[in-house]
Ligand binder design. Structure first.
Ligand SMILES: [Zn+2]
Length: 200
């Protein structure tokens, strides 16, 4: 149903948090990262959707994943934008080319009324991904007046991440990337201090 539903098995989850713009934007980043892997299977993408509250059954075909990968490539450009103007211009292009007019839906009364930019509640997955992502990234750009996310600073990582809501300014997608790059920088510094020593 392409919308994060309240899952009865998690009654203590905070509805407003799980449906927030920030959560939707983080789901976008997670989907872009999963779809960047050319070997990603429908089950891998379904796992990400499920982790962000999509209810089973999640029906995804290889064709859905292929078209979602194209959508993810478009969305990645928002994350590579260096400045707010560039992020806004990229989003304006996506909104012009790939989304419908703003509309409200309650998915037939099964969800609170909320805005959508896809053409219909049963739109194809790729259209849903672009529309829901453009909505969240647009609101974050509006709210913070800076790009909503960025790409990981590690040269060996292609992940994108949402910069908002993460405290201090982050440069890496994960603790794992930050630690790896810190160790690498430390090794480089030590090697520079002892230029005559053999490489470890
Ligand atoms: Zn990374």
């Amino acid at each position: 149903m392409r919308y994060i539903r309240l899952v009865p098995s998690h009654p203590t989850d905070d509805w407003s948090t799980r449906h927030s713009v920030l959560t939707t934007a983080r789901r976008t980043a997670a989907l872009i990262n999963a779809l960047t892997d050319e070997g990603a299977r429908p089950s891998d993408v379904a796992d990400v959707l499920r982790a962000y509250g999509e209810a089973d059954p999640i029906e995804l075909t290889p064709h859905d994943v292929a078209t979602m990968r194209t959508a993810a490539a478009h969305l990645r450009e928002v994350f590579t934008a260096e400045h707010t103007d560039e992020a806004a211009a990229t989003l304006n292009g996506l909104l012009r080319e790939h989304t419908g007019p703003l509309r409200l839906t309650s998915h037939g009364g099964t969800a609170p009324w909320h805005p959508h930019l896809d053409h219909a509640d049963d739109a194809p997955w790729a259209e849903w991904l672009l529309a829901s992502s453009c909505m969240a990234l647009t609101v974050l750009t509006w709210d913070q007046q800076r790009p909503p996310g960025r790409t990981c600073a590690s040269p060996t990582c292609r992940n994108v991440f949402i910069t908002q809501g993460s405290g201090q300014e982050r440069r890496y997608c994960s603790r794992r990337c930050a630690t790896r790059e810190r160790v690498a920088a430390h090794r480089r510094a030590r090697a520079a201090e002892r230029p005559d020593s053999p490489h470890a």
